[in-house]
Design a protein around this ligand. Structure first.
Ligand code: ME8
Length: 627
């Protein structure tokens, strides 16, 4: 038997409208997982697609004066290109439920279950939620409305085919108990267990009076319920009944990634269909949280959907992916705001990562004439190599657990550690003091860390890993996760000083400056020259007791240590500031704060809750004038 293919799916989306950032969220997450497993040399099948049948789509098409197939085809094309293409979605298969391969599998499954008696014909009388395409019994309604979406339901009475969920209630319950990883996160598992305990009734799996769907075999008055049709896509794409060799390599799926509102379909109806077919169940169904606008779910019908194409136009693919993958712990709900996207990009990508790269390449040019220095093991403190090894292990583990945001968090911890290492090691002093072996090791360590970071970021970001590597002088793509460890020989490699990786972004409202107020407050150069701004290095830092906003800093300004009291305590850990360079106003009249004489002021940028000290991008001698 060949190797098991790692099979991951997203929900197949309704092409009833253009997709929004919520759909991009699931799809980008699945893509990162697929890319991660490919980087580990596994064969991967990553499938996404569209759920094209059902009454809701038919109504939309009628309104647009088009046939349902015409109507959805335009949207589906747009989803594939430009939407998924520009987001870098590396799907292996895109399944449309209107394809013949799917039609045949759905009918065959229906036929088999009819034959087994797991599907039977009866009369359905109850409630139907059209937007959700879901049937409900009286007892499950909440205040007479759909318990999932809160919208009105309509009364229906019709002949229908039923699927015997009730027959499998106990078996399903036991399966979920015996397989603690089947439904994740755990909170969703508990919800499903109590749903099952409240009793499973047989499910109506056909409708009459609509034509846009797959007909029940032998009874074309009935079309198959759209959720039954949709769930089967996971089998169709795996080659079920069509390609036995592919199917045995692919099935069962490793992960069905879905939003939390459709976990029930995937962990009650879907496993029972598979049990009835005597097929193994997927390894896990992971129900992630929602992106919210304010308190409400971002959604097509709520009028608060954000168009991913606009974000891509404005920010480019990597800031958008980074934000979606990093901002919210995977599994939880989280608010979407454009301000948070900008802040994330500035802090992580422009500042931490961008600065590390520009400082490293600048120092290699300045102190090693652009050639990657060799590592001299005896003099190596191993700080960065150990941290890199630890982080690549953590990323691996987090990705196996689908903790995508934690994985990226670990990578940026490594970036942060390397930035701090520069301050600790002070390569400019090593150069001045001609400590050449130590200098080589430090520069090599920084270069290696950035190379490892380029490997670790490969599943998440599309262009950035190659852009980092280009500046590092590497023209080879990342091929394997194993490359995420120290030991690369940088001999003969020339480092390039390229463009900044990410420009710092302005807040959207700040992009258009207010002309009038700007002119009123213009100053001449002579005003600016009154300010003496100088570079200093923080030598000591402590909290000011009894003042929860203040830190007391000792800063060397090139001539002497001066004390400055600054209101930045909420934003910085005192110990972490030691060794950092800052810009200070050196000719400010001293003031006494909390009994301490403060001789100057630190420059910092701030907006709303964010604050960041201003510092030279590459280190400067203390006392250097800023102008
Ligand atoms: O449910 N936050 O399709 P759909 C996070 N066709 N994710 C969101 C989201 C949000 N605000 N909004 C949507 C269907 N999603 C069925 C699926 S599968 C056999 C059939 C994502 O177009 C999330 O993955 O309504 C959610 O489950 C999916 O889009 C719903 O997409």
């Amino acid at each position: 038997m060949g190797e098991k293919v790692w099979y991951i799916t997203t929900p197949i989306y309704y092409p009833s409208d253009n997709l929004h950032v919520g759909h991009a969220y699931t799809t980008v997450a699945a893509d990162a997982l697929a890319r991660f497993h490919r980087l580990k040399d596994e064969s991967v099948l990553f499938v996404t697609g569209t759920d094209e049948h059902g009454q809701k789509i038919q109504k939309k098409a009628d309104q647009a004066g088009q046939s349902p197939l015409e109507f959805v085809s335009g949207i589906v094309e747009f989803i594939r290109d430009p939407l998924w293409k520009r987001l870098g979605i590396s799907y292996d298969d895109f399944i449309r439920t209107t394809e013949e391969r799917h039609h045949d599998v759905v009918q065959e499954i229906f036929r088999r279950l009819l034959e087994k008696g797991d599907i039977y014909k009866g009369v359905y009388e109850g409630w139907y939620c059209l937007p959700d395409e879901t049937y409900w019994t009286e007892s499950k309604l909440v205040e007479g409305k759909c318990p999932d979406c809160g919208r009105p339901v309509e009364r229906v009475r019709q002949e229908s085919y039923f699927f015997r969920l009730s027959r499998y209630q106990e078996r399903l319950r036991q399966y979920i108990i015996d397989h603690p990883d089947f439904i994740q996160p755990t909170s969703r598992r508990n919800e499903m267990l109590s749903f099952i305990d409240s009793g499973l009734e047989d499910l109506s799996v056909s409708r009459t009076g609509i034509s846009w769907g797959i007909p029940v075999p032998g009874d074309p008055e009935h079309v198959i319920y759209v959720w039954f049709d949709a769930l089967v896509n996971y089998l169709t794409a795996a080659g079920y009944l069509r390609d036995p060799a592919q199917f045995s390599a692919v099935w069962p799926a490793n992960v069905h990634l879905v939003g939390k509102e459709i976990v029930r379909f995937h962990t009650v109806i879907w496993p029972v269909i598979l049990m009835a077919l005597e097929l193994p169940l997927p390894e896990r169904v992971f129900g992630h949280g929602w992106l919210l606008i304010g308190q409400a779910k971002m959604g097509k019908s709520l009028g608060n959907a954000v168009n991913p194409i606009e974000l891509l136009d404005r920010y480019g693919v990597d800031p958008v992916r980074h934000y979606l993958l990093r901002e919210v712990p995977f599994g939880a709900d989280g608010s979407y705001t454009e301000e948070a996207l900008i802040l994330r990009t500035n802090v992580d990508l422009a500042n931490d990562l961008g600065n590390l790269l520009s400082r490293t390449t600048a120092m290699i040019n300045r102190f090693a004439q652009g050639g990657v220095p060799a590592r001299v093991v005896e003099a190596d403190d191993g700080i960065l190599s150990r941290e890199a090894a630890k982080v690549s292990g953590e990323v691996d583990e987090a990705m196996q657990n689908l903790s995508i945001s934690d994985a990226i968090g670990a990578i940026f911890r490594l970036v942060g550690r390397a930035n701090k290492y520069i301050e600790e090691q002070k390569p400019w002093d090593l150069s001045k003091n001609q400590q050449t072996i130590q200098l080589s090791n430090v520069l090599y360590g920084l270069w290696e860390t950035l190379r490892v970071v380029s490997v670790l970021l490969t599943p998440f970001l599309i262009d950035t890993p190659a852009r980092i590597r280009e500046q590092l002088g590497l023209d080879t793509p990342v091929l394997h996760y194993r490359e995420a460890e120290f030991g690369f020989d940088g001999k003969d490699i020339r480092v390039d000083r390229g463009e900044p990786l990410f420009p710092r972004l302005e807040k959207p409202q700040a992009i258009v400056p207010d002309q009038v107020s700007q002119e009123e407050s213009l100053i001449g150069i002579e005003d600016f020259q009154k300010l003496q701004l100088r570079v200093g290095t923080i030598r000591a830092c402590e909290v000011v007791e009894g003042a929860d906003r203040l830190l007391k800093l000792t800063i060397f300004d090139g001539q002497r240590d001066r004390t400055i009291v600054s209101g930045i305590r909420a934003h910085y850990d005192a110990a972490a500031l030691i060794g950092q360079q800052v810009v200070l106003v050196a000719n400010l009249k001293p003031v006494t704060l909390r009994g301490i004489v403060s001789e100057g002021m630190l420059l910092a940028g701030s907006s709303d809750d964010a604050l960041s000290l201003v510092a030279p991008i590459t280190p400067l001698p203390e006392g250097a004038r800023v102008k």
